[in-house]
Design a binder for this molecule. Sequence first.
Ligand code: NAI
Length: 256
Amino acid sequence: GKTILVTGVASGIGRRTAELAAQMGAEVIGIDLVKPEHIVGRFIEADISSQAGVDKVIAQLPDEMDALCNVAGVSGQSGAAITLAINFFGLRALTEGLVTKLRTGASVVNVASIAGFGWKENSQRASAIAKLGGFPDANQVMKDFDIPNEAGYPISKEILLVWTMLASQQALFRSRHIRVNAVSPGPVETPILTQFRQVLGDERVDSDVDRVGRAGNAGDIAPAILFLCSDAARWINGHNLATDGGLEASLTIEQC
Ligand code: NAI
């Protein structure tokens, strides 16, 4: 079987991804800030919001893993700095730090969001931040790039979408034939959606849900993540798979 590492495993999409991977015969290693109620496979408690937290978890992980599912994320409710640190800088530090622990031909899947839909308009900013070295001070990044505190979430996902493409082209990953892709959910019924409703308002979320007829559930997203992890997706690299019932198509068509 394959060994799959899943971040954000205690809740929502990460939890469902771990359960489905285990059902399909994979060995699962889960990471989260919070201990899950039901542990699937092996669990490591970790906080990926800092380089120290990332280093601590990397030291506990085995070699030759087959896939990394970067699912952990926060809503933005706690401010842009921590949101950028978890949703992007921590995710990137973990992924780059794990390159030598992933086998040749392994797969990385980044859970982005329809919230990153605006990346094309903001691609200069997104790529400039995606290219910052090390684990930057997120407060400084906010100042340098004029990021308002309430815009942390969409901007973190815009950066993640651009970095997914960037990473897929980088020698660090290419030399080991590691594919890097993204999955972008629309609104999905998990605890984070309650926070989005508080931040964005019910109308905004409901209008997205209405466009596609229903909200998603974690079981709608997990198979897309695991498909990109699988060898069936071996010729898919640097791609963003909208997994949103058609929401991205609806928003795109509106702009045509
Ligand atoms: P969730 O809130 O149910 O799960 C997120 C998990 O990440 C939690 O278990 C949490 O403890 C963990 N986490 C947060 N900070 C962490 C840290 N510093 N270190 C380690 N783990 C940490 O939310 P959900 O829906 O499962 O979200 C998963 C991903 O999907 C996130 O990246 C989110 O942005 C994305 N997403 C979710 C959507 C939704 O409507 N539910 C829509 C689009 C994207």
